[in-house]
Structures are given as C-alpha cells and as structure tokens.
Design a protein around this ligand. Structure first.
Ligand SMILES: [Mn+2]
Length: 451
C-alpha cells in the first residue's frame, strides 16, 4: 500500500464507526488484556471522553463463548470492541444493537450488518502491519483530528504486539510517519545499548541479556569501567566514541555467549521516543503489559489515558516484574537448563514468569538449535511456555502444533503460534509431557529434512 493514504474501504468503515458513536450518548467498550488491547481501549476511551460520551471499559483475557455471552448480555445500545472479535463476527452480527469491531486477528466470518475494520480486509497483514491499537487510533483520528496526540499510546501497542521489530510497515507506517511529522514520536537509531541510566539499565537488561552484566551490580560496574564510561551516565549523554565503544563491547560479549547475528540485529532495533511521556514506546508497552499480566488491566487503561497515579503504579508493577524475570533468568543461567535431544527446558515453579524467562533464555542463554520450554508445576495444573527462533521454524519446528499435541497427550490443552506457544496439563505428568514434546519436535525436524 501507499503508506501516506489509507485504503478507501478502511476509511469508509472508520467514518461509519465515527458516525455510529456520534449517534449514542453511552458506549460499552470491550478489549483484550494484553498491551495492544489495553492501549487500544485507552485510545478509544480517551477519544470517547473527549467527544463528551459516557462509556464503560471491560477487559477480557480472551473472547470465548462465556465472554461472548457477557457481551450479548450488555444493555448498551452501542458496543465498541477493540483487539478482539474477528473470531466471533457471526454472533456479534446478530446482536440487537450497534456494534463496531476494530480488530487485526485472522479473518473468520464476514459481517452483514455490523461495522468492521480489520487490516486483513484490505490485503494488509494484521500480524505485522497493523494491530488493535493502530485500528483504535485510526478510529480516534477519524472521530477528531485532535486525537493525533494519542499516537504515542498507539506506538506502545505496536511495540506490545512486536510489530516494530524489523521496522514498521503498512498501517503502522501511516501512524508513525504522521506522528513523527507532528512531533508526537521521535525515531531513535537502533543500538545494543539500553536507553536510560546505564548503570541501572544494563543491570536490568534482558534484551539483550548480557551474561555477567545483566542482573549483577558488580558486573555492570566492572563492564562500564572496562568501556571507560563513568558510572551513572545516561544513554543520551554518551559521546559518539563512548557509544561505539560500549556497543562493540556488548556485541563481543553476546557473540561469546552464542547470540545469533540475527538476534543481535533485532536487539539493536530502532526505538520510538515519546516526548510527552518522557520514555520510549517499548518501555511504556512494558509498563502497561505488567498491569494486564497481574490482572490490573483497568490501571493500565487509565495509565494509557494519561492518569498520573495509575502511570506511577504501572511503573512500579513493571519494575517488580522485570526484577522477578531477571531472577528467573539468572537461576536458569546458573545451571538449571536441562537438555533433551530436541528441546531444552527449565523448571520455573519457584520463579514464575515462565514465558518471559523462556524468551530471554531462548535468545541469549540456551542452545540456539533447540526450542526452549519453561514449566511451572507449583499448582496441580502445570503451566508451560515454549519459545523458538525463526531459524528453528525454517528447520520445520512448529510449536503451536507441538504444544497442542503434547499437552493433549497427557490430558491437557495447548496451542498458540509456531514461534511461541503454551499450554497446561496435570503437574504429576511432567516427565511424560517432556518425552512426548521432545519426540514431536524430533518428528517435525525429521519430516522437514525428508522434504
Ligand atoms: Mn493485538
């Protein structure tokens, strides 16, 4: 697409949505509990608030039959759903009220009546080039041009759904370019060096995780001394020489610990600074994500709408999550990564944060050939998270399929994406599950080799 204009079909869906909203005094919002859903809800709610509307926001972990019944049971005459809905279009279409769906998930049924915007409808990939927050933002600026100042929140949504890792595309380019032009977002060149105070940020750095530096105050101090950089210096105050020296030292460390070149390039991606928030899109995304993960999505929505007390709380929750994740990563790095033939796994029963720890372990600690699996058996029903890499996908690994089958084989449920999936199963059956999963991944690799 031409990134400076929106597809005509999308524009007409957005103006229809704006017209519907204008015709009601009260709007019931539903959204997803992840960063993208929280930012989408915050953007939509702020736009409604500015338009003088009354509204209520309800956040859901997923849209399933039970939650569909909740939506169907609402008495509102206008329902706005963001970052959810694509898989329930038929049911939503039959509701006796005005319904607007702003989603980006894979298309299912097409509506006959309700107002629906989804990048996939215009040949744009909703996995990579437009997320729930992007759609909510486009709706907001259609309602009122002044809502362009919500672009920073939308960029946090884009970062939350990881649609920025290799630069932005599609609808996200429209968002970013317009926001940069209006000075709501500043693109900063990529670097392996974390943004902010270097002593504290290197200490807390999980992406990249630098062995011996991340999670170690003494290691961080020694590393900065080695790079001849005064402790306490901020990323923004580095001279060109210092920046180059520090970033090559980090690259050397990462190479030594086996980090792939592709991963390093990804870790050195561009950052999006949000002047009004005095932080970058990924940091804001992480703060809102912490709220959703801890069941406090409402605080996240209010923080995304700009409430200073909720934003403070989101920052605290994020700092604690990062600390706990780092502890989990350090525990695995110290010797608790177990190797099977085709997978590597760790026990996260003590630390929790299974998925986040698995992601860091996959990219910076473990064997890059094998998917990383974290299992938490602290409850009778175990939770499992798995993470892979693009290279593993190219070798035939499909973690959505592998988790679905291995969980089912031991009386559980699993699934997700090929590169990242999860599930649950009865805790006492852990060994059986691991053997099954190891076997399935082995079969996937063998089947791929044959083709
Ligand atoms: Mn999303």
């Amino acid at each position: 697409m031409d990134d400076s204009v929106l597809p005509p079909k999308l524009l007409s869906a957005l103006s229809k949505a704006a017209d519907l909203v204008r015709g009601h005094q009260y709007i019931q919002l539903f959204s997803h509990y992840d960063t993208d859903g929280i930012t989408a809800a915050a953007i939509a709610a702020k736009a409604l608030y500015r338009a003088g509307k009354e509204f209520r926001v309800t956040i859901m972990q997923t849209l399933d039959d039970a939650n569909m019944a909740v939506i169907a049971g609402t008495k509102a005459e206008c329902i706005l759903i963001t970052d959810l809905g694509a898989s329930f279009i038929k049911q939503l279409d039959s509701l006796p009220c005005d319904v607007i769906v702003l989603d980006h998930h894979t298309l299912g049924d097409l509506p006959e009546r309700l107002c629906y915007a989804n990048p996939h409808l215009y040949g744009i990939d909703g996995m990579s080039s437009g997320c729930g927050a992007t759609m909510a933002f486009l709706f907001a600026i259609t309602l009122d041009e002044r809502n362009w100042d919500l672009a920073p929140v939308a960029m946090a949504g884009v970062a939350g759904d990881r649609q920025h890792l290799h630069g932005v595309s599609g609808l996200n380019t429209f968002l970013l370019n317009g926001a940069v032009k209006r000075k709501h977002v500043v693109t900063m060149p990529g670097s392996l060096i974390p943004v902010g105070n270097l002593s504290s940020e290197l200490f807390m750095s999980a992406d990249p995780y630098i062995r011996g530096v991340s999670g170690s105050p003494a290691g961080t101090e020694k590393f900065l001394a080695e790079a001849d950089i005064p402790a306490g210096k901020d990323y923004r105050d580095l001279t060109d020489d210092e920046r180059e020296r520090l970033s090559s030292l980090i690259a050397v460390k990462l190479t030594t610990q086996g980090t792939s070149r592709a991963k390093m390039e990804e870790a050195a991606r561009a950052r999006y600074y949000l002047p009004a928030w005095n932080t970058d899109a990924e940091t804001l995304a992480s703060q809102l994500n912490a709220c959703g993960r801890l069941g406090l999505a409402g605080i996240g929505v209010a923080a995304g709408m700009g409430d200073p007390r909720c934003l403070d709380r989101a920052r605290e929750l994020d700092a604690q999550s990062k600390k706990d994740t780092m502890e989990g990563v350090l525990a695995v790095d110290s010797d608790r990564l177990n190797q099977l033939d085709h997978i590597q796994w760790f026990d996260s029963s003590a630390s929790g944060f299974t998925g986040m720890v698995a992601g860091v372990v996959m990219n910076y600690i473990g064997d890059p050939q094998k998917p990383t699996v974290g299992i938490n058996t602290s409850d009778p029903i175990a939770k499992v998270s798995s993470r892979g890499t693009d290279a593993q996908l190219a070798a035939g690994i499909d973690l959505a399929d592998a988790l679905k089958r291995s969980c089912a084989a031991v009386g559980g449920l699993g699934g997700g994406h090929r590169i990242a999936s999860g599930g649950s199963f009865p805790s006492p059956r852990r060994e059986e599950f691991l053997a099954k999963l190891n076997g399935i991944v082995g079969e996937q690799l063998a089947a791929h080799q044959k083709n």
